[in-house]
Design a protein around this ligand. Structure first.
Ligand code: F6P
Length: 325
């Protein structure tokens, strides 16, 4: 009879608040089903090096509220290559593991999918990234917390921008996706939101800023996703000064967005997806990601999670344009 007796899990790629809650959920659900669970320390890099540890219910006590990932994470160069993945698969075989749960973003899912393709290994992905750029799930673990963290900073920047009549460019994370920028931009009342998904010219930006001051705005705030085609917030500020003699202050929120205690939304999502990841393995599902859409669990082939593009909410883009002027 098909069964999973020994399951391993790892976190990979950029850490995200709520990863600990997901680890806890996987470990405790698996133990509840009589499965032995093993934590792999340091992501795929740790897997290659054989950093495997047995886990118990107590190993995951008191972590649900903590940011980061206590299993640690990495962006493994070695796992991008067949030889690295072969070594990883050998370690899993040495430990007699029959299923692997990978908590991470699209880069991590590439690795999991390759492990399935090349070594027929059972793999399940759980979306954990602050970017929310994974197809097949409305939310990824960490996104909600990152939005709250960024919004808290933006509210504070607004106070000082208004007091000094200044223009601020606030850079948020998102190399290829504007989910964080769009949401915090709307919620923070930004005058302009620059996302990688849409084009804006420097000329348009310069003109807009002049219009605002004519319309009586004394301060303004522009949210810039780090992956915008015009460049980083610092580069945009430099170009605005050079071409339009507009002075802007810049605040790069950077890795603050990746830390901190996860919100209730992230803890709940992580607990749900951790539970469903184990159930999915027991139901013989493999090479898929468990996600959450329209209040239901979803199963998406790993390949689709990055091959299909998750679009920004077009209605939100429309709403922001109306509300921001
Ligand atoms: O993918 C998550 C993310 O935080 C991106 O938003 C950001 O561009 C990137 O990771 C930064 O990665 P690192 O911490 O490795 O520089």
């Amino acid at each position: 009879m098909y069964t999973i007796k020994r399951l391993a899990l790892l976190t990979s790629g950029g850490d995200a608040p709520g990863m600990n809650a997901a680890i806890r959920a996987v470990v405790r659900t698996a133990i509840d089903q009589g499965i032995n669970v093993f934590g792999i320390y340091g992501g795929y890099e740790g897997l290659i090096e054989g950093e495997v540890m047995p886990m118990s219910r107590r190993s995951v006590s008191n972590i649900i509220q903590k940011g980061g990932t206590f299993l640690k994470t990495s962006r493994s160069e070695a796992f991008l290559h067949k030889a690295g993945r072969k070594r990883g698969a050998d370690v899993l075989k040495e430990w007699d593991i029959d299923g692997l749960v990978v908590i991470g973003g699209d880069g991590s899912f590439h690795g999991a999918h390759a492990l399935y393709e090349e070594h027929k290994f059972n793999v399940i992905g759980i979306p954990g990234t602050i970017d929310n750029d994974i197809f097949g799930t409305d939310l990824t673990i960490g996104y909600d917390t990152a939005v709250h963290t960024a919004l808290d900073s933006i509210d504070k920047i607004r106070d000082t921008a208004a007091s000094h009549d200044r223009i601020f460019l606030v850079e948020v994370m998102g190399r290829r996706a504007g989910f964080i920028a769009l949401e915090v931009g709307i919620c923070g009342g930004a005058e302009e939101i620059l996302v990688p998904e849409s084009e804006t010219s420097l000329e348009h930006l310069g003109e807009m800023i002049k219009t605002w001051s004519k319309a009586g705005k004394t301060s303004s705030l522009l949210v810039v996703a780090e992956g915008h085609k015009l460049g980083s917030a610092n580069e945009i500020a430099f170009k605005l000064k050079k071409n339009f003699n507009v002075d802007c202050h810049v605040c790069v929120l950077g890795h603050t967005q990746r830390g901190g205690s996860p919100t209730a939304t992230d803890r709940l999502l992580a607990s749900r997806l951790g539970y469903h990841a184990v159930q999915a393995l027991l139901e013989r599902k493999t090479d898929i990601m468990v996600g959450w859409s329209n209040n239901h669990v979803t199963y998406t082939p790993l390949l689709e999670t990055w091959e299909k593009k998750k679009p920004l909410d077009s209605e939100l883009l429309k709403i922001y344009r109306i509300l921001s002027s």
